[in-house]
Write a protein that binds this ligand. Structure first.
Ligand code: SF4
Length: 183
């Protein structure tokens, strides 16, 4: 908790389309209320230095883990947050990015950088400083402990609001079998 009594929060964007963060912004005027309760210490909304996230109470992650750099960033956040939240179906189970899991990495790179009709590169980048694609796109829970999952693609703003307000109240959000909240 910050010295001003606010809950410290960081959000992270891994392999996702940013739709989950857009849905977060769909909280609209509720963001003002949220701003009174949380201290947003890091977020791709304002910055992408995912390797410099400070210690926080709640870490919220959109997207699954597709490369070694994302794995490092996720572990970095896990080490620095008390509660880790998987935001959206990509973070929870791989979802769209995991569609590539049915093909070998080489075939995925060939398709993406060489064969895709819109490609302008024509060769697979080999620069060693670039993140290395993992053999499979992996949901967060296969790499670190996840405390809370917010389902949906994307979760709608009401669902995100429910989960965050429960966490702020010191409770764990709960979902029924249809992924709907219940009290
Ligand atoms: S869960 Fe859906 S909206 Fe969220 S990052 Fe994945 S594809 Fe995008």
């Amino acid at each position: 908790m910050s010295t001003n009594g606010k809950i410290k929060v960081a959000t992270m964007w891994l392999s996702g389309c940013s739709g989950c963060h857009m849905s977060f912004l769909d909280l609209d005027e509720r963001l003002l209320e949220l701003g009174k309760a949380i201290d947003l210490k890091a977020s791709p909304i304002v910055d992408i230095k995912f390797d410099q996230i400070p210690e926080v109470d709640v870490g919220i992650v959109e997207g699954c883990v597709n490369n070694n750099e994302q794995e490092e960033h996720l572990r970095h956040l896990r080490d620095r947050c008390k509660i880790l939240v998987a935001l959206g179906d990509c973070a929870i189970m791989g979802n769209v990015p995991a569609l590539r899991n049915q093909f070998p990495v080489d075939a995925v790179l060939q398709r993406g950088f060489v064969e895709t009709e819109s490609t302008q590169i024509g060769e697979i980048p080999m620069d060693p400083v670039m993140p290395r694609l993992l053999a499979k796109a992996r949901p967060l829970k296969e790499i670190v402990k996840v405390d809370v999952s917010i389902p949906g693609c994307p979760p709608d703003a009401d669902t995100i609001w429910y989960a965050l307000t429960e966490l702020l109240a010191g409770r764990m959000p709960k979902w029924d079998e249809r992924n709907l909240k219940y009290d």
